[in-house]
Design a protein around this ligand. Structure first.
Ligand SMILES: Cc1cc2nc3c(=O)[nH]c(=O)nc-3n(C[C@H](O)[C@H](O)[C@H](O)COP(=O)(O)OP(=O)(O)OC[C@H]3O[C@@H](n4cnc5c(N)ncnc54)[C@H](O)[C@@H]3O)c2cc1C
Length: 414
């Protein structure tokens, strides 16, 4: 019943509440599920791993696979896979809740190249033999994968890629170069887009999708050091690399179909709302300990204004995401609008690093990470490199300009 102002004529009918167009609340079951996940994370996320994440320490392969294996032992590492391959059978809301709770708790990220990307492709397009060979190893974290899509001059315009694969009997001979290949220096396997027929007029045709063992002779990995000084991405060169034809996924020259399918999966996971919520709380707590003119920064009107704007953006992102989830609950797959999640999610991640840096002030420049003798100082020392590092988020997984083009074309019909 909606309360009416005193004195209102009793004969005026009470306005009926509008029917809810979108349900943005979790149901009682969904809340109970969230509490279970939260409780399990509290008991099972090793504090040392969490500390590394919240203090922005670079994670080693052991850190990344360590958390992967804890989740695999629990049966929670690949929620979206079919249950026969180890999936949890959770619905789309539960999967989202799980991901967000992991981010909120400070769990190390799960590297998506094997679990999310290659596995989705194998599940959709792989033969039974390919599934049997690769999926269990991906599930257990035995193989570490990387993604060989981008090339010099073929990033946004991916279909112009030139790395060639020439068929010789039961092998392809691969020559060319990939670039920006994240964690290739840690990887056991790479999935690649290669050109198998350069004669076809449409550049999207003539591309195939190959899986390559990184130990194959002829593969060379060279580091590219990012502006934060970290080794995260690489160039990968292929010099007469022989790849068995059985490592091709889907038909020859149909790799673009696979590539497009995979890009959709890549973009769904870029909003990272749980992580941003945790970092926002961390930012507020940190700003409260930083003083300007004798007052905590959280009492500075201009800084508070920036904090508030950021919080509103984050809430709006969460609501947008819940709106998509509600659509998916009803069986409707979200379309090009998911690009909004990538744009806003990554802009917020960058804003968080900017405000953390602003809160630390000159101290962020003054502390050398090698001199930091406590976790707080190490975290402050990590802020400037992290600010530089996070510039990447609006570039990778399809730059934000490209996402805007997608929205304009496919969602707004421009
Ligand atoms: C840290 C990092 C990690 C990465 N990891 C991987 C990886 O593991 N595997 C992999 O394959 N790739 C990876 N990439 C590559 C990434 O996908 C590309 O950098 C991205 O697609 C952009 O391509 P590009 O760098 O060639 O830039 P370009 O495509 O040359 O674009 C340059 C600029 O022009 C803009 N632009 C281009 N075309 C248009 C257009 N039509 N309309 C409007 N603006 C446009 C872009 O937004 C960008 O600002 C990574 C990149 C980074 C930075």
């Amino acid at each position: 019943m909606i309360a009416r102002p005193a004195g209102m004529d009793d004969n005026v009918p009470t306005p009926r509440p509008l029917p809810a167009l979108v349900n943005l609340d979790y149901s009682a079951d969904e809340r109970a599920f969230r509490d279970d996940v939260r409780g399990w994370l509290r008991a099972n996320l090793p504090p040392a791993m969490r500390d590394k994440v919240v203090h922005y320490t670079h994670l080693s392969r052991d850190d990344l696979t360590g958390w992967h294996r804890i989740l695999a032992d629990k049966g929670w590492v690949a929620p979206s896979w079919p249950q026969e391959w180890g999936g949890t059978g959770w619905n789309v809301v539960q999967r989202y809740v799980f991901e967000e709770e992991c981010g909120y708790a400070g769990a190390p990220p799960l590297i998506p190249f094997g679990l999310t990307m290659c596995a989705s492709v194998l599940l959709k397009f792989g033969s039974d033999a390919q599934k049997q060979r690769f999926l269990p190893r991906i599930y257990r974290g035995d193989d570490f994968w990387c993604q060989g899509y981008s090339e010099p001059n073929s990033g946004s315009d991916l279909a112009s890629l030139k790395t060639s694969a020439v068929r010789r009997g039961d092998r392809y001979v691969v020559n060319g170069q990939k670039i920006w290949t994240t964690l290739a220096h840690m990887a056991d396997w790479i999935f690649c887009l290669v050109r198998t027929d350069p004669s076809l007029e449409r550049k999207q045709e003539g591309i195939s999708f190959l899986l390559m063992d990184m130990r194959t002779p002829g593969i060379t990995v060279r580091p590219l050091i990012l502006m934060d000084g970290a080794h995260e991405v690489n160039e990968v060169f292929f010099d007469n690399v022989e790849v068995p034809v059985e490592n091709r996924i889907h038909d020859e020259n149909k790799g673009w179909t696979v590539a497009k399918y995979l890009l959709g999966h890549e973009r769904l996971n870029t909003a990272r709302i749980g992580t941003s919520k945790r970092e926002f709380e961390q930012l507020k707590a940190f700003a409260a300990t930083q003083f300007r003119d004798g007052r905590p920064l959280t009492e500075d009107v201009r800084f508070r204004d920036k904090l508030t704007r950021l919080e509103i953006e984050l809430m709006a992102l969460e609501i947008t995401n819940l709106r998509f989830l509600d659509q998916m609950r009803g069986g409707r797959a979200p379309g090009a609008e998911v690009s909004m999640l990538k744009i806003k999610g990554t802009e917020i991640q960058q804003m968080l690093t900017e405000l953390m840096l602003e809160a630390a002030g000159p101290a962020a420049q003054a502390i050398d990470a090698t001199d930091a003798d406590d976790a707080g100082s190490a975290m402050i020392a990590a802020l400037a490199p992290r600010y530089c590092n996070m510039r990447k988020t609006t570039i990778y997984a399809g730059s934000n300009e490209i996402q805007r083009n997608i929205i304009a074309k496919h969602a707004l019909g421009l």
